[in-house]
Design a protein around this ligand. Structure first.
Ligand code: PLP
Length: 439
């Protein structure tokens, strides 16, 4: 075997080389086309090769690509912070720019802790999260994550934050049924707060719709209203991790809009720059910033590339493109078209146990027996075989966590918002074939 130098996710796996992308398609160096039905890792929301973004990149590169945030600010970064605040629920946010979703959630955790410190509440430094969750791969973000496979190797080094059950109605962790359950999963937060003590807790973090750790799990009606009410009553900040759900993905600019709740902090990433450059942000409400503005006047975090003008210009162009082409609405329309097709598939294919999601963040969960919802015994086995089969046939889908910790096998479907109905039909045809061939 030829000596290699690039560390790829699986070292003995062959990865085709991509030559270019256009719209929802990627093309490799053998001229094979792939429908990008997962937008990579739920990232390329506006599709590949969009000329307006390339133009914006070139224009900014012609001015300046990098300034260090301790020395200068830049017009794109200032404009982007204002734009995100205008779009976010409540419209009163500050933005701290970082480079990845993990940095965005970890910064949110640090800002929440600092907020309480500057109010003289030194003991409030834990973050509660849910058992089925993914907030990132760096140690702080992983500490908050309940993604068993990703945290397993580092458990001795992690803070043991996740304690609350997820709102996973298909396999209720409390063995209850909605609405008779009266949102017991949300009340689990209250129980955890009582056990740990509100005086030790800075924040609660949750993904509006659970992504990688379960596959497009939508909470029951009223869940987030209850969560926010519990947080407020106990003086705990609510961090919405919108890294996957943010920026049009769910048929709303922010996932939390579906639930009528204004988070105290919001983590953004992925779709913010739609894959054109690394860009992410922690949005922080005025009232969270207040004690810091009155106190130390500096957030104790940051990265060399924070607030990078090149990435900010790209992100502004992505937001402009989304607005110009009404892609929030497109995500909703195309999402319900795709969801309808997925439901038809579930009627015919026995191993599809559940079909769910919102907008263009959709998933199907596989079961070996539909009646008792028995997950496949082989962990990620069935999911990886479906993902692999689809890949061979030129369709990209995203695997969610496997059958560990009470989580079923699921795949996420999250194509770019610009996908057409004909392309959705093509996607569904290939997926149908792929699932049947591995059954
Ligand atoms: N938060 C959520 C909800 C995510 O889905 C992800 C990535 O999948 C992250 C955080 C981490 O983002 P990144 O991979 O950009 O560090």
């Amino acid at each position: 075997m030829k000596r290699e130098h690039l560390i790829k996710p699986v070292l003995d796996h062959h990865y085709p080389t991509i030559q270019y992308g256009k719209g929802v398609f990627l093309y490799d160096d053998q001229d094979k086309a792939y429908i990008d039905a997962s937008s990579g890792a739920v990232t390329a929301g506006i599709g590949h090769g969009v000329q307006e973004i390339i133009d914006a990149m070139l224009e900014q590169a012609g001015k300046v690509s990098f300034v260090y945030r301790s020395q200068f600010t830049s017009e794109p970064a200032e404009k982007l912070a204002k734009k995100l605040s205008d779009l976010a629920p409540g419209n009163d946010y500050w933005a701290f720019f970082v480079n990845s979703g993990s940095e965005a959630t970890e910064t949110a955790m640090k800002i929440a802790i600092q907020h309480w410190q500057e109010k003289g509440r030194q003991g409030k430094n834990k973050v509660i999260s849910r058992r089925m969750s993914y907030h990132g791969i760096t140690m702080g973000a992983l500490s908050m994550s309940g993604h068993v496979l990703r945290r397993r190797r580092f458990i001795p080094l992690l803070e043991d934050f996740p304690v609350v059950v997820p709102p996973y109605c298909y396999r209720c962790p409390l063995n209850k049924t909605y609405p008779e359950c009266k949102l017991a999963c949300a009340d689990d937060l209250e129980t955890a707060i009582k056990r740990i003590g509100a005086e030790h807790i800075a924040a609660f973090i949750a993904e509006p719709i659970i992504g990688a750790a379960g596959g497009a799990i939508v909470p029951p009606e009223g869940y987030y209203k209850r969560i926010k009410e519990i947080c407020e009553r106990n003086e705990i900040l609510f961090i919405a991790d919108e890294v996957m759900t943010g920026i049009a993905r769910t048929g709303a600019m922010f996932g939390m809009e579906h639930y009528g709740v204004e988070p105290d902090l919001i983590a953004l990433g992925k779709g913010m720059s739609a894959g054109y450059t690394p860009m992410a942000a922690t949005l922080t409400k005025d009232h969270v910033m207040e004690p810091i503005l009155q106190g130390s006047k500096s957030i104790m975090s940051g990265h060399t590339y924070s607030a990078n003008p090149q990435s900010a210009a790209v992100s502004l162009a992505v937001l402009a493109y989304i607005e110009k082409h009404q892609l929030v609405r497109e995500a909703e329309i195309k999402g319900s078209y795709l969801l309808g097709k997925m439901r038809q598939m579930a009627d015919q294919i026995e191993i599809i146990g559940d079909v769910r999601g919102q907008g263009l963040l959709l998933a199907m969960e596989f079961v070996s027996d539909r009646t008792d919802k028995l997950p496949f015994p082989s962990g990620l086995g069935v999911t990886s075989r479906i993902v692999e089969k689809a890949f061979q046939k030129g369709l990209l889908v995203y695997p969610a966590a496997g059958a560990v910790d009470g989580v079923g096998d699921a795949i996420i479907l999250a194509p770019p918002f610009v996908i057409t109905e004909e392309e959705i039909d093509q996607l569904v045809r290939i997926l149908d074939e792929s699932i049947r061939e591995v059954m």
